[in-house]
Design a protein around this ligand. Structure first.
Ligand code: SAH
Length: 444
């Protein structure tokens, strides 16, 4: 096989990234924008050690599930991966992906996975957006690249984000405010970060420099853009990095935090704190977690990777005490304040890495009955799993994960330590993309 070779292949599966997979000359070929069951003509664009990458030329027999994408940027933008298929097909693929991870990585045979919980809408579900601002435009990065795709709307983002990016674009043009250039490290505006909650939309302009020219005009432009903005912030990130936010945030106008609620609990959220992006699905996710936990009221619960305290506080009326652990200081501050705000007086929060703090908790004689784990994509640190496995009082773990492969890896270790997978429910938090959330109940 060589670059630029052309093949006709059948797509038989999907990769973790949402690409179709087929075979040519016995080699696995990954082809974006294809669907299992299709025969496609492709051109080889990359050859790696164990696989090749093909670019779709023609679909020779389209799947019945193939649809015209609702987004005009879909085939360039790296944000979504599955908008060329029906939502039913997308759900099927996500369900299968979770099954495959548990069987291949976790070595769980014939594990029953509950039906995935679909989202009500494939559009406008994201409450948070981040649009990079570059000399080549404002938009989103192309797949696996740092090339910007100029956008004037993103269909998965909240309506207000569209008006905000266009207002900032207009303001930059009118007052010649330069975008930051990663290559030369010059310029000012780096990113437009918006977050939506029940108090409105919080806008955060990320700048490379402390000075922000024409601030008053920016505020006016944003206030006039016909959306209920509750605060305008400037975040300073002067480092030459692809991390979006810096450590310092200045309030330019209005409120410095967002307020939102998940079910019966209400939260203050700082820009640097993590908050789930799809509120409706988060409510469903937490409801399933609550059902899995089946708390009676006497339990000590640990909320590891607690962010602003959402999961524990959602369970607070059904347990004796909550201990939350989180590594981002702003999020811990939010969690403490949120507990008070929600009149929850049986919660304690600790700032640090879960895998470090847990040893102190055990030394102090804390004895959890139920532990919630909600780690980032890389999953739990092995040390955390080892310590948890040795806590005799611990009967239930509710593991919430945004990455099935690391969930399956970690579940395998728990299984080797006398835990059993009781129930697994996928929740589609991120329609149109290849990402999926899973709640997994492990019992001793
Ligand atoms: N449970 C929260 C947050 C989940 S996101 C919610 O549902 O909203 C994962 C969180 O883990 C983030 O807030 C992140 O800052 C935090 N985190 C990442 N690594 C961590 C570690 N090693 N120890 C503790 N928290 C960590």
């Amino acid at each position: 096989m060589q670059k630029n070779d052309i093949y006709e292949i059948e797509i038989t599966g999907m990769t973790d990234d949402g690409n179709g997979v087929g075979r040519a000359e016995g080699i696995a070929v990954f082809v974006p924008y294809t669907i299992p069951g299709e025969t496609v003509r492709i051109i080889i664009i990359k050859i790696m050690k164990n696989y090749a990458v093909g670019k779709l030329i023609d679909v020779l027999n389209p799947s019945q599930e193939r649809v015209k994408s609702d987004c005009k940027y879909f085939y360039q933008c790296g944000g979504c991966a599955l908008r060329h298929m029906s939502y039913d097909e997308e759900l099927k693929i996500k369900q299968q992906k979770i099954y495959d991870c548990f069987s291949r990585i976790g070595r769980f045979d014939n594990l029953k996975i509950n039906d995935i919980i679909p989202a009500a809408s494939r559009q406008r579900y994201r409450n948070k957006s981040q649009f990079p601002v570059t000399p080549d435009g404002i938009g989103m990065y192309a797949n696996h690249s740092h090339r910007i795709i100029e956008l004037d709307d993103c269909l998965i983002s909240h309506e207000s984000s569209k008006r905000i990016i266009n207002a900032v674009r207009y303001w930059q043009k009118t007052y010649s405010v330069p975008s930051y250039d990663e290559k030369t490290c010059r310029g000012t505006i780096r990113n437009i970060y918006t977050r939506r909650g029940k108090s409105g939309t919080l806008v955060c302009i990320v700048t490379a420099t402390r000075s922000l020219p024409h601030t008053d005009e920016l505020i006016e432009e944003l206030k006039n853009c016909n959306t209920d903005i509750c605060g305008i912030l400037q975040n300073i990130n002067s480092k030459n990095t692809n991390v979006v936010l810096g450590n310092e945030t200045i309030t330019l106008w209005g409120s410095s935090e967002l307020i939102d609620n998940i079910g019966h609990v209400e939260f203050f959220i700082s820009p640097l704190s993590f908050y789930q992006v799809n509120k409706k699905q988060t409510e469903r996710l937490y409801a399933i977690a609550r059902e899995f936990a089946n708390l009676k009221g006497y339990e000590m619960i640990w909320d590891m990777y607690c962010g602003i305290g959402t999961i524990g506080q959602f369970m607070a009326d059904r347990c004796k005490k909550i201990i939350g652990v989180e590594v981002v200081p702003d999020a811990v501050e939010n969690a403490v304040r949120n507990a008070n705000h929600n009149k929850i007086y049986n919660a304690e929060y600790y700032c640090g890495k879960a895998e470090d703090i847990i040893t102190d908790l055990v030394k102090r004689g804390e004895t959890p009955d139920t532990v919630f784990l909600d780690p980032p994509r890389k999953g739990c640190d092995k040390r955390l799993i080892d310590v948890l496995s040795k806590i005799n009082t611990l009967k239930k773990i509710i593991y919430i994960s945004c990455k099935p492969s690391t969930l399956a890896r970690d579940a395998k270790i728990f299984a080797e330590n006398n835990f059993k997978i009781e129930s697994v429910t996928p929740v589609d938090m991120f329609p149109g993309t290849n990402h999926v959330e899973t709640v997994c109940l492990l019992t001793r």
